[in-house]
Design a protein around this ligand. Structure first.
Ligand code: NAD
Ligand code: TDX
Length: 368
């Protein structure tokens, strides 16, 4: 049975992965290491925190000695590395943190794994360092260009994408040079539960519920490939179980949508939820449907993101052929489920938006 270190397990995808793994692999040891930055939310793990298999460690991935010690003391043989600064807009305003965490942090983690697994007294029989990366490392595509395969040249556009590209290179270098057993997945845009309300879908959703405008950058024609986070978690599980050392896999839905299409589908989904459940009008009196408007009226075009990638599309045939991985959740269903989750878990996002989560976490883990 693998013993896992999940970095960034309090973030959006990491938390979904922890729930996914504990559900499907009862008895496996899962240690979550997270620095609880603005994007980390301990409450996202609430449903699992009572389980003996789960341990939470409040720490920074750059604390190399602590990580190396943790790997040895817990006999961990698998790292799934989610921890990162992940928001493109923030990387444009302040790139430094992206280099510090995504590049130097990943390097520090690789060094910790190398010292624990390749030169320590208690080396595991086999090990795996899996880096959770992004399709943004490939840059963007013109409308008629074929989707990116795993052999496409790296051409990142934003400081975020460049920092993830650098981390991918370091991971590969550690396999080639030191024999560290690594793998990488480059995934497209995720959506689903526990998504921090600064990214397009959750931001638009909470704005609709609060009767605010939904900002669409430029003319809304930029194209993304959206994968439900549960499919992403299953894809990573497949890489761990079936992917050979040193292999990279693209993960994506294979279905492209403009941002405007995404927002229109979201608006329709929210309108339908309010039609089906009249109590929502009482719970969200400021929402667009409660005030007699269609959610599409909330769409407002704003200044474009600098360097905004026009189109992402990933060719995920390698994952299909070698891992038998295919996404199972189509976008309309996944979006309905996501809207339902946000409606049913208002406290989770409301506490983030009004600052009370930050106050609570500060009382639990005071910053120095
Ligand atoms: P997120 O921003 O929601 O979560 C990041 C987590 O990492 C947070 O819990 C945060 O506290 C933690 N963290 C940040 N710096 C840390 C540090 N120095 N030490 C320890 N923990 C730290 O991110 P996400 O959207 O869940 O993305 C997870 C990973 O998946 C990232 O590596 C991202 O690049 C990648 N990815 C994301 C998407 C997407 O659509 N969100 C798509 C493809 C790949
Ligand atoms: O308010 C907005 N309005 C808008 O039009 C926001 C926040 C975004 N956008 C646009 C920009 C993008 O074209 O929507 C698209 C999606 O934006 P984000 O949700 O910020 O995601 P993106 O920039 O595509 O990056 C995401 O997917 C790849 C994740 O944040 C990354 O971590 C992941 O690697």
């Amino acid at each position: 049975m693998p013993r896992l270190l999940v970095t960034g397990g309090c973030g959006f995808i990491g938390a979904n992965f922890v729930h996914y793994w504990l559900d499907r692999h009862p008895g496996d040891r899962v240690v979550v290491l997270d620095a609880l930055t603005y994007a980390g939310n301990l409450k996202s793990l609430d449903a699992a925190r009572e389980q003996d298999e789960l341990r939470f460690v409040h720490a920074d991935i750059r604390d190399q000695d602590l990580v190396a010690q943790l790997l040895v003391e817990e006999s961990l043989d698998t790292v799934i590395h989610f921890a990162a600064e992940s928001h493109v807009d923030r990387s444009i305003v302040r790139p430094d943190a992206f280099l510090e965490v995504n590049v130097l942090g990943t390097h520090s983690l690789l060094e910790a794994a190398r010292s624990a697994w390749l030169s320590g007294q208690r080396q595991p029989r086999s090990h795996r360092f899996h880096h959770v990366s992004t399709d943004e490392v490939y840059g963007d595509l013109a409308p008629d260009e074929p989707a990116f395969s795993e052999t496409a040249a790296y051409a990142p556009s934003s400081p975020y994408a460049a920092s993830k590209a650098a981390a991918d290179h370091l991971v590969r270098a550690y396999t080639r040079t030191f024999g560290l057993e690594t793998s990488i997945s480059n995934c497209s845009n995720n959506y689903g539960p526990f998504h921090y309300p600064e990214k397009l879908i959750p931001l638009a959703l909470v704005n609709l519920l609060d009767g605010k405008q939904v900002p669409v950058y430029g003319d809304g024609s930029n194209v993304r490939d959206w994968l439900h986070v549960a499919d992403h978690c299953r894809g990573i599980e497949r890489v761990l179980e079936r992917g050979p050392v040193g292999r990279t896999y693209n993960l994506g839905s294979g279905r492209e949508r403009t941002n405007l299409e995404v927002i229109r589908t979201l608006c329709r989904t929210v309108d339908e939820a309010f039609e089906a459940d009249l109590e929502l009008r009482t719970r969200f009196p400021e929402s667009w449907p409660s005030r007699g408007s269609s959610c599409t009226e909330a769409v407002t075009f704003v200044k474009d993101r600098p360097g905004h990638d026009r189109r992402y599309a990933v060719d995920a045939r390698r994952a299909a052929a070698e891992l038998d991985f295919r996404p199972e959740i189509d976008f309309d269903r996944g979006l309905r489920q996501t809207v339902r989750w946000f409606l049913d878990n208002e406290a989770w996002w409301r506490d983030i938006m009004d600052g009370s989560y930050r106050q609570w976490i500060e009382s639990q883990y005071p910053s120095t």
